[in-house]
Design a protein around this ligand. Structure first.
Ligand SMILES: [Zn+2]
Length: 114
């Protein structure tokens, strides 16, 4: 359940970003790398639960999954893949050097002042 820890970290960043003028959070947009192993539904559920009683209570968490990129160790082909592990389209090797796709990025926070 590392989604709970992620949701907590996310909420901390959101709260740190808010100014006193921002009365409530309407929407939080995050992107998650396909290889991060994060279950969107779990993250949303955890975020909603943790945000209770904060200015982010009831905010919509919008999650966009972005493909991961890996570089083959054998033939050095760089390729995008879905899921936790990729297969090189060049030589068929599994895995490789993960270049992106195991991260969660907070894109935008939409707030309302009423
Ligand atoms: Zn390869």
């Amino acid at each position: 359940m590392h989604e709970v820890a992620l949701a907590r970290g996310l909420l901390e960043i959101v709260e740190r970003t808010l100014t006193p003028r921002d009365r409530r959070v309407v929407r939080v947009n995050v992107s998650i790398g396909a290889a991060a192993g994060i279950v969107s539904e779990s993250l949303t559920f955890a975020f909603l639960a943790i945000a209770e009683g904060t200015r982010a209570q009831g905010a919509e968490l919008v999650i966009t999954t972005v493909p991961a990129r890996s570089r083959c160790r054998a033939c050095k082909t760089s390729y995008a893949f879905e899921g936790l592990i990729g297969r090189c389209p060049g030589c068929g090797c599994l895995g490789g050097e993960l270049q992106s796709g195991n991260e969660m990025v907070l894109q935008t926070i939409e707030v309302a002042d009423v």
